[in-house]
Design a protein around this ligand. Structure first.
Ligand code: OGA
Ligand code: MN
Length: 285
């Protein structure tokens, strides 16, 4: 069988089938997935149970892996490979849940802000591959916003106004915003801020993107309040319902998104219920 894709949203997102992601992919399959990613920005694969090692091997066939915030060593690892991100409220491998004031819960909450993975560093993330292990019955969906459609829908005046603007993205901006400020001087400096234009060209499609994720904390050449308000205003534009797809998770789903073309956020859920996903991420090199 070969890859087939069914569109799930009028603007982006496809449900992909016809490949077994637990096995090494052929060059043709990798090419087909890359081509579909360039078009859809997000691909949903259902019923793909993967071991942690299989998930990592899958990601490696799309590029070198990103360690992202793990470079701060801000919390302990539970998974088999340091390259996998533990997107869960599970504290240990006995299945106990993290305490409410555990930094792990802060990470869950920070993921509920609209963001693009690792936009606080260069190179940033290209593909994130998130696999569902267990999900709550209520809430805990993941939403995606189409930044190409968002750019296209800007007024000509706004397109002109922001054409040459650049934003500074910082790894701890979202944490500071949530009141999680207890980081050593060294942790604060491990990843220096990264500058990205507000308008970028998505290499795979050649389309322009409105790049305004939550890690952006200021706009170069503007006062902080003016820059932040503009960022918030543009983010509000980019995340209107018409540009957003909401993914309702089933165990063994694997969702892949292109961090250069989309934003994403988790939705609230009851932290007393287990929610367990794992992410492997490729670097945009
Ligand atoms: C992520 C992320 C959101 C969610 O894994 O990068 O932001 O719904 N996840 O868990
Ligand atoms: Mn994320």
């Amino acid at each position: 069988m070969s890859l087939t894709v069914k569109k799930l949203h009028p603007m982006f997102v496809g449900e992909a089938s016809g490949v077994d992601l637990s096995q090494p992919l052929s060059q043709e399959e990798i090419h087909a997935i890359n081509t579909a990613m360039d078009e859809y920005g997000v691909l949903v694969f259902r019923n793909q149970p993967l071991t942690q090692t299989q998930q990592l091997e899958l990601a490696k066939s799309f590029g070198p892996l990103d360690m992202g915030m793990k470079k701060l060593k801000h919390r302990k690892d539970r998974l088999e490979h340091p390259e996998l991100a533990d997107i869960s409220n599970v504290a240990n491998n006995d299945g106990a849940l993290a305490a409410r004031d555990d930094r792990k819960i802060v990470s869950n909450i920070a993921n509920q802000l609209w963001h693009s993975d690792s936009s606080f560093q260069k190179p940033a993330a290209r593909y994130s591959m998130l696999a569902a292990v267990q999900v709550p019955e209520v809430g805990g969906q993941t939403e995606f916003a189409d930044l190409r459609a968002a750019y296209d829908a800007l007024s000509d005046e706004t397109k002109q106004e922001i054409a040459d603007l650049q934003a500074e993205h910082y790894v701890l901006h979202s944490r500071f915003m949530l009141g999680d400020t207890d980081y050593t001087e060294e942790q604060q400096q491990v990843i220096p801020p990264a500058i990205w234009p507000l308008v970028r060209v998505h290499p795979g499609s050649g389309r322009k993107v409105l790049f305004v994720p939550a890690h952006a904390r200021s706009i170069l050449g503007m006062t902080v309040p003016e820059g932040r308000m503009l960022l918030m205003d543009l983010l509000e534009h980019a995340t209107q319902r018409e540009f957003v797809y909401r993914h309702e998770w089933e165990p063994n789903d694997l969702v892949v998104w292109d961090n250069r073309a989309t934003l994403h956020r988790g939705r609230r859920f009851d932290f007393a219920q287990p929610r367990e996903l794992r992410r492997a991420t490729t670097l945009d090199v």
